[in-house]
Design a protein around this ligand. Structure first.
Ligand SMILES: Nc1ncnc2c1ncn2[C@@H]1O[C@H](COP(=O)(O)OP(=O)(O)O)[C@@H](O)[C@H]1O
Ligand SMILES: [Mg+2]
Length: 203
């Protein structure tokens, strides 16, 4: 039992509608596509844009976005190292429930710590695909989509990734996209990768 498992006498109930049956019905496999990168690197933009293309072609998808999750499920968590770790742990498990439901999950979390991303890889196994949205700190800071870099530089936001908290680049990303280039090119690259990875014939 891990630190997080405090409930005993809990027995897993197996579904008769299995993941495989759902995937056969969907005509594609589920999978977890984990976008990581600095704030402003383009995780949300890219994840939603790829989801739009997938949806238009009949794929079952869902985007889990950091900001949205932190409004509800993880509203009790701060940006301290421990709470970031717990945030990613919860999202990892939640994502796998979606994957069991046959869904292609695209997640948009900075997830700055390699160890936390590796934990999700452990939870998800071969369903996990790490997609590194690579853009320099300078570019992200220039974009400053939400005005957060300016506030972080002014010392108004503690533990801000890239400024006062580290970002650990993936060492073995399954896919690295240069999000300083055209959004359309990035979308196509990620779309191709996801459709290839979720083909039912790979069963
Ligand atoms: N190739 C690209 N991929 C993704 N976003 C891009 C790209 N080029 C420019 N952008 C812009 O960068 C910004 C990224 O913001 P956002 O998606 O909110 O980042 P994040 O979710 O990583 O914090 C958007 O304004 C987007 O239009
Ligand atoms: Mg975002």
């Amino acid at each position: 039992m891990s630190d997080h498992e405090k409930s005993s006498n809990v027995v897993w109930h197996n579904a008769t509608v299995t993941r495989e049956r759902r995937e056969t019905m969907n005509e594609h496999r589920g999978g977890l596509f984990w976008f990581t990168g600095l704030s402003g690197a383009g995780k949300s933009t890219l994840a939603h844009s790829v989801e739009e293309s997938l949806h238009q072609q009949g794929y079952r998808t869902f985007v889990l976005d950091g900001d949205n999750v932190r409004h509800g499920l993880c509203a009790d968590l701060s940006f301290s190292d421990d709470d970031r770790k717990e945030n990613i742990r919860r999202v990892g498990h939640m994502s796998m429930l979606y994957v069991e439901a046959g869904i292609i999950v695209l997640t948009a979390f900075i997830s700055p710590f390699r160890a936390d991303r590796d934990n999700v890889r452990k939870i998800a196994g071969s369903d996990f695909h790490e997609i590194y949205c690579k853009a320099s700190l300078e570019t992200c800071e220039d974009r400053d989509v939400k005005g957060l870099y300016k506030r972080a530089r002014a010392g108004e936001i503690p533990d801000f990734t890239g400024i006062s908290s580290p970002y650990e680049e993936p060492e073995y990303a399954d896919l690295t996209v240069d999000t300083e280039s055209h959004l359309g090119d990035c979308r196509q690259e990620v779309f191709d990768y996801i459709t290839k990875s979720t083909r039912n014939s790979d069963h």
